[in-house]
Ligand binder design. Structure first.
Ligand SMILES: Cc1cc2nc3c(=O)[nH]c(=O)nc-3n(C[C@H](O)[C@H](O)[C@H](O)COP(=O)(O)OP(=O)(O)OC[C@H]3O[C@@H](n4cnc5c(N)ncnc54)[C@H](O)[C@@H]3O)c2cc1C
Length: 308
């Protein structure tokens, strides 16, 4: 969902190898630290503990996507197992999010499923939960299919629904019927108009429709957005349906609208912060910049000031 031309260009640049090399080299100066908790596990765990001490829930994401070889997918899976051990070790209640392409979805599907099952098993042992992020629409069917397979042995594994996709109402109803834990988001990728709403107001309307539907069905749903109008509307709907505040979870990204995060928490709603860490931050960072091109101006100012 991108209504501004700068946003669209920035999302297109998320695939640029040359820009990736530049951003990787100058990551710190470009302000990557605002959105990414650190390069390694210990940095992520430190942020998680600090957030939990302040009354926030957390979801940890080891950044990375699009594994091109099995070894890279194995590395990603091993990092998640280590992360879950770390979560258990420090007594955290963090959840984890995985991207299936990082775990080899485009390679050997069976091997990918095995990795997700191993992660889900380790999560259970650590008292954590796994949610599968939703990537671009080219991976949607395969993601839902694999989720269905994994849920035969790990029914607690959840998934993300993107409001910008025209098909999401049907997907959401199907997932609710199966009792799947859902995170509702607007959607962060560049998708064509035949499958995705392009206008911001259409996406916002779709989001609220899906939110109402999920609330009315009593689904296990978390509302991931920084949109104050949507948050207020969902809070009103939930109250009208007699939901207690502690039953209505909101989720936001590390570094995005921290004052709003505190405000929602202070109002008595569970607020879960999505904490990304790792070295392969480029596509994640570019999606955050595309969501709010003012972030790019910030990044460029940082570079200019340091160059002086
Ligand atoms: C916990 C979580 C998990 C997510 N998982 C997925 C996923 O699996 N798949 C997927 O496609 N997308 C995912 N997203 C991203 C989501 O799809 C949106 O792209 C993102 O949340 C921005 O949309 P918004 O709902 O905040 O609304 P917007 O209308 O984009 O933003 C509302 C307001 O929030 C502020 N804001 C939003 N983004 C930023 C930013 N990057 N920097 C500074 N301010 C900002 C701006 O002030 C803006 O006016 C996730 C988001 C969250 C919060």
């Amino acid at each position: 969902m991108r209504s501004s031309w700068t946003g669209r260009i920035l999302l297109a640049l998320a695939g640029s190898r040359r820009l990736e090399a530049f951003v990787r080299r100058h990551g710190k100066r470009l302000g990557v630290d605002r959105f990414v908790a650190g390069a390694d596990l210990e940095a992520a765990l430190a942020v998680v503990r600090e957030l939990e001490a302040r009354g926030f829930g957390t979801t940890v994401d080891r950044v990375g996507e699009g594994a091109r070889e099995e070894a890279a997918a194995d590395d990603a899976a091993a990092a998640y197992l280590e992360l879950l051990d770390g979560i258990g070790r420090v007594g955290s209640r963090a959840h984890v999010s995985v991207k299936l392409t990082a775990l080899g979805l485009d390679l050997d599907r069976e091997a990918c499923r095995g990795r997700v099952e191993a992660i889900a098993g380790r999560a259970k042992a650590a008292g954590s939960l796994v949610r599968v992020d939703m990537e671009d629409s080219a991976h949607l069917e395969a993601t839902l299919e694999l989720l269905g397979e994994v849920r035969r042995t790990h029914p607690e594994v959840g998934v993300v629904v993107q409001a910008y996709l025209r098909r999401s109402r049907e997907d959401l109803l199907g997932l609710i019927a199966q009792g799947v834990r859902i995170r509702l988001v607007k959607g962060a990728y560049r998708e064509p108009p035949d499958i995705a709403y392009q206008r911001r107001d259409a996406v916002d309307r779709a989001y609220l429709d899906l939110a109402r539907l999920a609330l009315a069905a009593g689904a296990q749903v978390a509302f991931a957005t920084h949109d104050t109008a949507l948050i207020a509307a969902i809070q009103r709907e939930a109250a009208a349906m007699g939901r207690q505040r502690e039953q209505v979870e909101f989720q936001m990204l590390y570094g995005v609208r921290p004052a709003l995060q505190r405000e929602v928490r202070d109002a008595g709603y569970p607020l879960r912060v999505y904490v990304p860490y790792g070295r392969d931050f480029y596509p994640y960072f570019m999606r955050r910049v595309a969501e709010r091109p003012a972030n790019l101006a910030f990044a460029l100012r940082q570079l200019r000031d340091r160059a002086r």
